[in-house]
Design a protein around this ligand. Structure first.
Ligand code: F1P
Length: 379
């Protein structure tokens, strides 16, 4: 099994580096990438424009596909928690197929999230909003793509990737939307916490690859269950998608306590049950962790602070111990899931950078957006 420490991979993920090199490089570059994104948010006027144009919005609709839909879930939770305003998330396809179930009768602010800015369903959803005369905000990591031409305001982040799978683009777009929510809530304390997070967490992130490599090398799992509540549910969805995309594993996601209502029947020692422990639901989630351990499941707990009960009921505990509030710790809490998926894929002899059947963005037949978009970076 190859050694995953940073020194073994050129920082640019050079073509010669082999399977998973892009993803590893992009995962390990996140703390720096987040700092670059915060600098860009300060430098560009897009955030100010968005705040000026949409700051009084009473209802917020977050939209994306794949990983970007899971960014939408976590961002909507943050907006709701910080501003107390209605905020919800849908996949772009739901706007196309069941608009009556999505659109509110009250005025709302749509936020379109897309790393590539080219995903057909997101573009079509933006066109539907334009036809309805609804101005929109887009968040992307690719300049000059079709989405930028369709949305009213676009925030473009320096977090693009060569890997097909989204890692730093996910966390960076989430952080940008959380920062926007903090601004709209006029919560400078929260915004300062977010901006301070990369520097605080970098030393902790650097230790994760070895810990997760050691765990992955000692275990092989038949299936995975990813659990989270509140803002962590969107992260649990992304854990599941990363394990599916990067290691072609069977992974399911549930609101943690929902796992009791039937799905726990699948638990065996070959089932890895991953708990992204929240602060607000810690006690209840801890009881479930102990129950799943008693059923013979293998358990992984991700927490800011883990007590003796969690340690006793977990096969691996990953702690961040950050002096930050729950909503300022979402981005780093995703990194263990990214690394677990990467190393599980490599252990299976796969190339997690380019999962089979997948492309960097889903362009549907008949989608003419390709013509008026800048060329895409090649993975
Ligand atoms: C979203 C997405 C990715 C997925 C795959 C295909 O793209 O669904 O989440 O991993 O790469 O595209 P985007 O709209 O965010 O570019």
């Amino acid at each position: 099994m190859s050694d995953f420490t940073q020194k073994n991979y050129p920082r640019d993920g050079g073509n010669s580096a082999g399977a998973g090199a892009y993803s590893l490089n992009e995962i390990l570059s996140q703390a720096e990438c987040w700092q670059r994104c915060f600098a860009e948010l300060k430098r560009s006027d897009a955030l100010e424009e968005a705040q000026a144009c949409f700051g009084d919005g009473k209802e917020w609709l977050f939209v994306g596909c794949g990983s970007s839909f899971y960014v939408a879930l976590a961002a909507a939770s943050t907006m709701r928690s910080l501003t107390g305003r209605r905020a919800w998330a849908v996949p772009a396809s739901e706007i196309l197929l069941y608009p009556e179930l999505v659109f509110s009768t009250a005025p709302f602010v749509p936020i379109l999230i897309s790393r590539s800015g080219r995903t057909s369903e997101v573009l079509k959803a933006t066109e539907v909003l334009r036809e309805r005369g609804v101005p929109s905000l887009a968040v992307t990591c690719a300049k000059g793509q079709a989405l930028e031409n369709l949305a009213s305001i676009t925030i473009t982040l320096p977090a693009d990737e060569r890997s097909t799978v989204m890692t730093r683009s996910f966390t960076s777009m989430l952080l940008a939307l959380q920062f926007l929510a903090g601004r709209i809530a006029r919560n400078d304390g929260y915004c300062n916490e977010l901006v301070s997070m990369p520097g605080r967490v970098a030393p902790i992130l650097a230790k994760l690859p070895e810990l997760i490599q050691d765990f992955t090398s000692r275990h092989s799992f038949a299936n995975y269950v990813c659990l989270g509540h509140g803002p962590f549910y969107g992260l649990a969805c992304e854990y599941s998608l990363k394990l599916t995309e990067m290691s072609l594993s069977t992974a399911q996601v549930f609101y943690s306590l929902e796992f009791r209502h039937g799905p726990k029947s699948i638990v065996t020692p070959q089932t890895l049950v991953i708990f992204i422990l929240s602060e607000q639901g810690y006690a209840a989630e801890c009881e479930l962790l102990e129950e799943i351990k008693s059923l013979g499941g293998t358990t992984l707990a991700i927490a800011n602070h883990a007590d003796a009960r969690v340690r006793a009921a977990s096969d691996l505990v990953l702690e961040f111990q950050l002096p930050l509030g729950e909503y300022a710790r979402l981005a780093p809490a995703l990194v263990p899931g990214q690394l677990l998926a990467l190393q599980t894929g490599l252990k299976k002899g796969l190339n997690p950078d380019s999962p089979r059947f997948l492309s960097r963005s889903v362009i549907l037949a008949g989608d003419s957006s390709k013509k008026n978009s800048a060329p895409e970076p090649v993975a």
